[in-house]
Design a binder for this molecule. Structure first.
Ligand code: SF4
Length: 352
């Protein structure tokens, strides 16, 4: 039976190729065909001999997840529901800006974290995605937007990756690290580490390990200014409360003066959006000397949810308090809400 070639690390690919009796440089050629040129079959690899291509075909396949459904929002946000070989499905999203755009990819089918504001949190965790399945989501987006070979200029449609889709990435650490190493490899997909952000609900012991291994950026879903509010919204806060998160952030930023954390903060009407909450955030960040920016996002409703988004004037007043204390605080417009592609709205119905 053929195995999937997407998701092998460079080293694993090299070992496979030398095991097959080929010269090591062939591994680099194959890597570039797959990850730089986006080849979908071994027949395209015309600088490899025909007998070698036949041997590769017997042993490996190059696939993408199957697209079950695609939707484009009024603001051009694009959402895919994709299915893997075993029938498991996830959603992934592309959020375009004028001269760039971010692909939001998933790392798990469902999620065990149960955050109350998140639609994915209502879907039981079925399994972790493999490194290949994580990488293949981005490759599928590149297929859709015809962005092969990997663009060498800074101008590209798919310029950023946010690991913020379905699942908690730091609960799937080995596959995540491998996937991020493939996505950022300069001989292939070549998305700069500065343009990749991993967002976590705060699995404290893994935060610095993953970021040291991969060099990507950190975003933390905070959503509460004290442990009482945050624990109500995010059960994980009972295990890793705000103080532990701040300690992890301190460690992250101390390695290099240029690193800072982004806090995601969903503004939920009457729950976490009082101006006192903004002041509380400032107090805690200052006491831990955290350099940080905030993404304030109005809560995105989904069927059956118990919350409402904060009014715009409240979000703006909240942002003003944070920014006057020196924390960058853009108020992000919800993107893709009309197709349920906005932050916290993803959910995949499985075939099974
Ligand atoms: S916010 Fe993230 S960690 Fe929380 S339930 Fe949703 S997907 Fe899981």
């Amino acid at each position: 039976m053929q195995s999937e070639i997407i998701g092998l690390s460079k080293e694993e690919l090299l070992n496979m190729i030398t095991e097959m009796g080929e010269k090591p440089f062939r591994a680099k050629q194959i890597w570039q065909w797959i990850y730089f040129k986006g080849a979908l079959s071994f027949d395209e690899m015309t600088d490899l001999s025909k007998p070698f291509r036949e041997k590769l075909k017997e042993r490996f396949k190059i696939s993408r997840p199957k697209i079950i459904k695609e939707q484009t929002s009024n603001d051009k946000t694009h959402k895919w529901l994709v299915e893997f070989e075993d029938g498991e499905r996830v959603e992934m999203v592309y959020i375009p800006e004028i001269d760039r755009g971010a692909v939001c990819i998933s790392t798990q089918v469902g999620c065990a974290m149960g955050c109350k504001f998140c639609h994915t949190g209502t879907q039981k965790l079925t399994r972790n995605l493999t490194a290949g399945e994580i990488v293949a989501q981005f490759m599928l987006a590149r297929d859709t937007y015809h962005e092969w070979p990997s663009p060498t200029s800074e101008t590209r449609f798919l310029s950023n990756i946010v690991v913020m889709g379905m699942g908690e990435p730091l609960q799937n650490v080995d596959n995540l690290i491998k996937a991020l190493q493939i996505l950022s490899d300069g001989d292939g997909i070549a998305i700069s580490k500065r343009r990749i952000t991993v967002s976590t609900c705060g699995i404290v012991p893994q935060i610095n390990y993953v970021l040291e291994e991969t060099g990507v950026r950190l975003a933390i879903s905070l959503h509460g200014s004290n442990n009482e509010i945050r624990s109500k919204l995010m059960p994980i806060n009972k295990v890793y409360p705000i103080e532990k998160i701040m300690e992890a952030c301190q460690k992250y930023q101390s390695k290099d003066g240029s690193r800072y954390v982004t806090f995601e903060y969903l503004m939920i009407d009457g729950v976490n959006d009082h101006l006192e909450n903004a002041k509380e955030l400032i107090k805690i960040l200052k006491s831990y000397h955290i350099r940080a920016g905030f993404n304030l996002i109005a809560f995105n409703p989904w069927p059956g949810c118990e919350f409402k988004p904060s009014p715009q004037h409240q979000i703006e007043a909240f942002a003003k308090i944070l920014s006057s204390a020196g924390f960058a605080c853009p108020v992000r417009l919800a993107r893709g809400q009309d197709i349920s592609a906005a932050c916290g709205q993803l959910k995949s119905e499985n075939k099974k």
